[in-house]
Structure formats: structure tokens, C-alpha cells
Design a protein around this ligand. Sequence first.
Ligand SMILES: [Mg+2]
Length: 257
Amino acid sequence: MMDSNSHTALKMNAYPETKISSTATGGVPQSLLIDLDDTLCENNIYFERAIAQFISFLNHKEMSLEQVREVINHTERESILSHGYGLHSFAHSLVRTFEKLSVEPITPALHETIRGFAHQIADHPLEIITDVPETLAYLAERHHLILMTKGSLTEQSAKIEGSGLKEFFVAVEIVAEKNPAAYRQIVDKYALLPEVTWMIGNSPRSDINPALAAGLHAVFVPHDQTWVLEHEELVPAPSPAQKLLIVKGFAELRSHF
Ligand SMILES: [Mg+2]
């Protein structure tokens, strides 16, 4: 398990000057904050599978699949406020949805089955997205990479440890929510210069808009299976000096950094 001390113990000068080659900003190494889920490794597809299993198990006689899905989305928003992100919160959402929609009362056995749909996600082997390790290796030689993910500390730490990608990062930050305040905190903690700091990720709501609001640049790496609760319109940066890049895939970062 990671604590804040282990973060500060990581060296920001882990990469010797000699390894840093020229970049778009005239050789200045930049700080790249990089998202984990659905940017570096698959995540939402497993949740979508679990939801599909749950909906077919619920087998609602009057509501359409879309209507049930709406109830799940709404319940997930409520669970995030009370339970945060992660599998425990997701399992809670499925159980709550069942309680709301099923005519039969929930029994301990039903409860276990429904929780099982959620918790099986943890058993799935981690799938790293195409070109990610090679691209991280390239970027890590030139810049300071900080992994920035939100969610359960235990679950995200386990994922990072198992990903084989940790070596590319000078620091790892697991936060409860990615809002402008969280980005400002990271900027302060590592004394980052906003004019050479970027957030890179798949979520307009968590990666792009709040990073721009905090004065950073951003790179949007769209993922066609992004969680519906992460959808949001991209909001223009508050300052014309801030850049927003949109790339087709993670490998394209090599042409910008
Ligand atoms: Mg993500």
C-alpha cells in the first residue's frame, strides 16, 4: 500500500540531464501527468460486461435495457458521493438498483450473486492498451511522468503494481476525485511549472476540463469505451496560452513530446 510519504520519497530528479533530449519547448523537460484507467489499461469494458450480466439477471419485465441502465447510472452517481470510486461502490450500486427495481425482496443469496458480478472484475487480468509500454519508455527518457489516477487506494495500487508500468513514473498519485483543486495540489506538491505541465487522459470530466481549469495544458486521448459518467463537453482553456491537444491514440504522444 502507498502512503503520502512514499510519494515524496520518489525522486523528481530520477532522470539525469544527459538523458533528456530536445523537445517542442526547446529542450526543457516537461511534466506529464498521465491517467491510468482507459488511458494506459482497459477498465470500463469489464464494468460494461458486469452491467450486462446484471441486467440480464434482473430480467425486468416492463423496463427496457436503456431504462434499467438509466437507473444504474443514477444510482452510481449517488454511490460515488457516499462510497467513492471502485468495486465496493459499484457492487453497492448494483445491489441498490436491484432493490429499487425488483419485485422480489433481496435475499442474502441474491445479494451475494449481485456482488459477484461486480467483484469478478478484480479477477480479470490487466490488459495494457496497444503501444502504451513503448510510448511510456520513450516519454520517460525525455520528461517527468507522474501517474495520476482516481479511485480506491487499494485497488489502484494493486493495478499499478501489476501493470509493469510503474518504472516509467517518478511518482504515483491516487486521488479521491480529479477536480481543479486536486490538480493544483499536485502542482504545489511537486513544484511543477504549469506552463510545462500537461494532463493526459481519456476523460473530459476528470482529466481534461479540471486540468485546464487548474492552468495546465492537456492531451485528450479518446477511448471509445469511456464510462458514461466521465462524458462531458470539452471546455475551452481559461487562458489562450494553454494548449489542448487531441490525439488518436497513445502512441501519437511521441510526435508531440
Ligand atoms: Mg481514465
